[in-house]
Structure formats: C-alpha cells, structure tokens
Design a protein around this ligand. Structure first.
Ligand code: GAL
Length: 364
C-alpha cells in the first residue's frame, strides 16, 4: 500500500509535492492505515553524467536527501524507470545501464521500482520483426535483467512490473521477480474505465498470493469527477481483488469523505487479509454483479455491484450463498454502513444507487 504521483500530478510532480505528500500521509493517518510507499512516477529523470550515472532533473534537486526525508517520516520511497532507452514520457530509460541504475537507486535509498515497458516495445519489434514469441522472450529477459541487477545491489526493493498485462504476465512475472504486475493499460478517473479494468480481472485470482500480486493499476479515488458512490465501488472492487492499494490523489486537497473511503479500516482489512487470496466474480446478471473474496476465519467479503447508470434493487436475484461456501443462510455485516444485518438468505435483496455497491462481510 502506498501512494504514487502519476494519477494526479503526472509530469508536473516535484520534490516539494513528494515531501508534502509524505507529511500528509502521516498527518491524515494514511501511513498508519497502511499507505507506506511514496512512489515517484515518470518525469524525475535527468541526463546521465560522464560515467553514465543517471541524474535527477531540476524538479528533484537531491534524491538522497528526499529519500532521507521520506524515511524520517516512517515511509518508504519508490521510483520509476523503463527497460527501454526512454520512458513513456520520453525521459531517460535504463537500457544498457541496468546495473548502474539499480545501484544508483540503492545508493539513494530507494525501496520500490516500477519498471515500465514503454520504448522497449519498439526495441522488441526492431530486434524480432514479425515474431511475437521472440519479442515476448526479449521482454521477459529485460525484466529479469533488472531483477538480477536489483538483487545484486543487496538492497530490498519491491519490484513492480508495468507492461500492461502483455503476454499473460501473471504466468511468468513472479518467476522473474515481480512482486506485482500491471494486468491492464492505464486507468483514468472515469467510472467506465475503472469498471472495465475491474471486470477484466475475472479469472486472474489464482495467480495472486503473498508477495506476488495482480495490479489493476493505481487508485483514482478522489480524482476527476468520480462521485462518492463511484469511489466506493472503485475501492470495494480493488479490495475484493486484493489489489495493491496505491492512492493517486492530491492529499493537499483531500476531502474528509475521500479520506474516509481510503482509510475505511474494514475495507483495507479486506484488501490486506492475511489469507492473501484474490476474489473473483460469482455471478452477473446485466449490470448487477456479485464478487466474493475469501477471508481468514472462514469469512467472505461479498460485493454486490450496480454498474448501471440507474438505481436498482436486487429483488429476484439470488445472493448465491451456496456458491460462496455457505449453507442456506449467513450472518452479514454491511461494511460501508458499518452495520450488522443479522442472518441473510439467498432471497436477500438490497436497493443500490446508480454506480453503487453494497460491501458485506459474511460469516457462518
Ligand atoms: C504509463 C504507465 C503509467 C505511468 C506513465 C508515465 O505507461 O502505465 O502508470 O507510469 O506511463 O509516463
């Protein structure tokens, strides 16, 4: 769990934004809720010096000092690069400098690397024209090269793959060191984009587990025009997916209701449950979908979504308790309402707003 600069600040992020964010992660309680990684995304990179050592640019005058500051707050610092010659925002990438860059990050005190394919896609196509299998092999080798480079530094770093889920990365990513891997192209602060990405995670649960996670991309909670209900849908779905919770909002302007969504203790606990099992879709009928995630203690987190732009109720739609491993009834707790509902049966129904969710914890 943590925060990343891209979704809100994109190319404008500065040293000051990172320090302000570190301060606010502490003062808002987000750090103590679990958001400990502060990740600088693309556009920090400067030129290489005469020895080929990467420099930060004028927006980040002293990376080591920044890392010390972030660490002094009880937080960890993440950085970003690409296996290609250039990053996606056309800054300097790591191609040909992998060991040197990993060592520079270690010297600075970096704890997390997001490694974004970007221009390496062009390298792959140039080196193996019209041969997708050979291109994919080059991609795996590039990710393994940086994996080995990080290991050689001796400094532990979370290794985050960003190649948009190409070549079923969930099958091979963990084998070349991925702690998390993007399963999708970029998210945006738009309900339909978020929904499509979330729904696209169906079937991927078996590939995730402690230390190696599917990453449906960083949170947009609090960004753009997402309504409070939409933010709750986003947060609920990511929690069911055991997704890395990397906030992406501007903490200097965070509204109390957004803080409450990001820091809802029970939702965070669903995401971070010690069983480490990702959830999956149990049932869909048009815009109504039921997703469930196994939790420790024989419980299940169950989200009933209304993806429609109209309010609805779920009368007539079975809650599918048996498919979720319960008998004819289960005890239910409504997470967002913080309310026990007593025993529910398959005929349980709920009224949902447009783009709404009810998130339940079910027990025997
Ligand atoms: C994209 C990546 C985004 C962000 C951006 C920076 O490829 O998916 O999350 O890192 O590059 O340029």
């Amino acid at each position: 769990m943590g925060w990343n600069s891209w979704n809100f600040f994109a190319g404008k992020v500065t040293d000051k934004d990172i320090r302000d964010t570190a301060d606010l992660l502490v003062s808002t309680g987000m750090r103590d809720a679990g958001y400990v990684y502060v990740n600088i995304d693309d556009t920090w990179e400067g030129k290489r010096d005469a020895q080929g050592r990467i420099q930060s640019n004028e927006k980040f005058p002293d990376m080591k000092a920044l890392a010390d500051y972030v660490h002094s707050k009880g937080l960890k610092l993440g950085i970003y690069s690409s296996p290609g010659p250039q990053t996606c925002a056309r800054f300097e990438g790591s191609l040909g400098h992998e060991q040197q860059d990993a060592q520079t990050y270690a010297d600075w005190g970096i704890d997390y690397l997001k490694y974004d394919l970007c221009s390496y896609g062009t390298v792959m196509r140039q080196q193996a024209p019209n041969d997708l299998a050979a291109q994919n092999k080059l991609m795996r080798q590039a990710y393994e090269l940086m994996h080995q480079a990080i290991l050689k530094t001796g400094r532990p770093m979370v290794y985050s793959f960003c190649q948009y889920g190409m070549d079923a990365v969930w099958e091979w990513g963990p084998g070349v060191g991925a702690n998390l891997w993007r399963t999708t192209g970029d998210i945006s602060p738009n309900f339909d984009r978020m929904r499509i990405i979330g729904q696209g995670q169906a079937g991927l649960a078996k590939f995730a587990g402690p230390g190696h996670w599917n990453d449906p991309d960083m949170l947009e909670v609090g960004n753009g025009k997402l309504t409070l209900d939409e933010n709750k849908v986003h947060m609920s779905l990511w929690a069911i997916l055991a997704a890395p919770l990397i906030a992406g909002n501007n903490l200097t302007q965070m509204k109390p209701e957004i803080a409450a969504v990001l820091m809802n203790k029970e939702v965070v606990a669903i995401d971070q449950d010690p069983l480490g099992k990702q959830g999956d879709r149990v049932y869909a009928q048009g815009p109504i979908e039921i997703w469930a995630k196994p939790l420790s203690g024989g419980r299940k987190a169950v989200a009933i979504f209304n993806f429609d732009s109209y309010p609805t109720d779920t009368a007539g739609i079975s809650t599918h308790l048996r498919e979720m491993g319960f008998g004819t009834s289960a005890s239910a707790h409504d997470v967002w309402a913080a309310k026990d509902l007593g025993k529910i049966k398959d005929d349980y129904s709920v009224a949902l707003p447009s783009h709404g969710v009810q998130l339940l914890i079910l027990g025997k």
